[in-house]
Design a protein around this ligand. Structure first.
Ligand code: ADP
Length: 509
């Protein structure tokens, strides 16, 4: 098969473009970081025009690197940072304000004000735990704060989009206004069982349906790039949120298959087939990327807020290592952590604890504790946190994990991957290509235009880079996990204690 599939990977800190060939090999890659804006503590914004211009620039650069022209690109697949919210003017295409990024906490109070009935409604219809991360409260904030926005929205003059929608709109010069089911499922406005925008959810935020894109399957020709954009008309044939794209790129096509991405944060997703499993453990239910013409698949998702970023913290704040990779050398120099546990709850604890008040905690220090132990304990904490999510997922799914496919920047760390296998007592499988997010978007686009014929053909491309087998005794494993649970309790008690002290002070005054 001649030609390439172009994956546009629009992330939180950079825009990337990768051209893949039929074997799933990377033929060219371009990347560009863009500006992060922090107008107030806890607020995070991006400039939508910079998102678009950086994405377009890397697309052109990736093509130029190998002399590819528009007719050499068989299709474009998009994957993107999820939940980030953009609102623009339908006529001019100009954003009404900066994009509100998924990390932004500005609407936390609004979420706190939801009634128990509203929370129940949201949970049931969207599969999400109501939170400021998701798009709904961010859209409402924009409608409340941008000049005349609510009235314009009612008159159909404004468009809302997650980043997939924004890129497709710009690539087609406003001809195509769509979003895919996986991105829709992160807005907190989309009924994931009926696959449609939901009036009751829209009413909670007073968001008119006129400002929402058409919801589509993740793999379908949505439209064509306007000829002047990339020098020809290229089919735009897929979109999926980054974690769902990675699940697809890891070929987790069957129910029960799981991937864990070790990036800045950690994201564990399990394909649950056509059943939307309602988590009893605080995990999210979400839509998985599904080729057109098939009933939609679902996934369970659990996230760890601080994974690879704890290694950045060791490097930049603690100044214990010079590079992230060096953490592996230090960890290998000692045979354990000398009883030390690091709980990197810098921004609270996510699934399954969901405690926003918890803070980073270090326990078990003795006089013999060295830097090597400390670094090892920080690396191990990434695996322990993943383990908590895995245990919750096994409980929800009712089956133990078969094996774990891994990707993301920190999955390059062999110590980390081996320790994860030991804790789980199952293998971790690291593919040769850990660019699974972009690859997933490429596969979805390639399937839509017949570049790849079936999932089986794609599965043949998945090549094992390295397998990590567990060899830890049951006794050690349960002793370590017991220690971790004690350490987490310490982090939670620290948070609870503060609340109790505050209460006592209030009552005293
Ligand atoms: P994201 O897509 O979330 O920006 P990446 O998948 O690029 O993240 O992974 C980057 C993260 O991985 C960083 O937080 C970095 O500290 C961590 N990382 C990269 N290489 C290693 C390594 N060899 N060992 C441990 N952590 C690593």
């Amino acid at each position: 098969m001649n030609g390439y599939i172009m994956a546009l990977d629009q992330g939180t800190t950079s825009s990337r473009c990768i051209l893949f060939d039929h074997g799933g090999k990377i033929c060219s890659l371009a990347q560009k970081e863009f500006s992060q804006y922090f107008p107030q503590p806890g607020w995070v914004e991006h400039d939508p025009m910079e998102i678009w211009s950086s994405q377009l620039a890397v697309a052109m650069e990736a093509m130029a690197q190998i002399g590819a022209a528009a007719q050499d690109i068989c299709a474009i697949g998009i994957t993107n940072q999820r939940e980030t919210t953009i609102v623009w003017d339908r006529k001019t295409g100009k954003p009404v304000c900066n994009a509100i990024v998924w990390q932004c906490r500005r609407t936390a109070d609004r979420i706190g004000a939801l009634s128990p009935e509203q929370r129940e409604l949201i949970r049931g219809k969207t599969g999400l735990v109501p939170d400021a991360y998701f798009s709904a409260s961010k859209i409402a904030w924009i409608l409340d704060h941008a000049d005349g926005a609510r009235e314009k929205a009612r008159n159909g003059e404004l468009c809302f989009g997650t980043v997939d929608t924004w890129l497709i709109w710009n690539l087609t010069r406003g001809q195509t206004y769509v979003s895919d089911y996986t991105n829709c499922s992160r807005t907190m406005l989309f009924n994931i069982h009926e696959l449609r925008w939901d009036e009751e959810l829209l009413a909670i935020w007073d968001i008119p349906e006129a400002m929402l894109p058409q919801a589509c399957p993740s793999s379908r020709v949505y439209g064509y790039t306007e000829a002047s954009v990339l020098g020809g008309r290229i089919p735009i044939a897929a979109a999926a949120g980054d974690q769902q794209a990675a699940l697809f790129g890891q070929c987790c096509f069957e129910p029960g298959e799981v991937k864990n991405t070790y990036g800045t944060g950690g994201f564990l997703l399990m394909n649950t087939g056509h059943e939307a499993i309602d988590s009893g453990q605080g995990l999210l239910t979400t839509i998985a990327a599904t080729p057109e013409g098939e009933p939609v698949s679902y996934a369970l998702e659990g996230s760890v807020f601080v994974a690879g970023s704890s290694i950045q913290w060791l490097r930049d704040e603690m100044r214990m290592i010079r590079s992230a990779a060096q953490s592996e050398e230090y960890a290998d120099e000692v045979c354990d952590t000398a009883g030390v546990y690091v709980v990197p709850a810098f921004t609270g604890l996510g699934a399954p604890h969901w405690n926003p008040h918890a803070r980073g905690t270090i326990v078990g220090l003795t006089r013999g504790c060295k830097k090597e132990h400390f670094i090892r304990a920080t690396l191990e904490s990434i695996c322990y946190q993943s383990m908590d999510v895995i245990t919750a997922m096994e409980e929800d799914a009712g089956v133990p994990l078969g094996s774990l496919k891994v990707d993301g920047g920190a999955s390059a760390n062999n110590f980390l991957m081996k320790f994860q296998a030991d804790l789980m007592n199952t293998e971790t499988l690291r593919p040769k290509c850990i660019e699974t997010t972009a690859l997933g978007a490429a596969y979805l686009a390639g399937l839509a235009v017949g570049y790849w014929k079936s999932r089986d053909e794609i599965r043949e491309n998945w090549q094992l880079g390295r397998r990590f087998r567990p060899d830890m005794s049951e006794e050690t494993r349960s002793r370590l996990m017991r220690g971790w649970r004690r350490a987490v309790r310490c982090a939670l008690v620290w948070a609870e204690d503060e609340k109790m002290e505050e209460k006592a002070e209030e009552q005293g005054s």
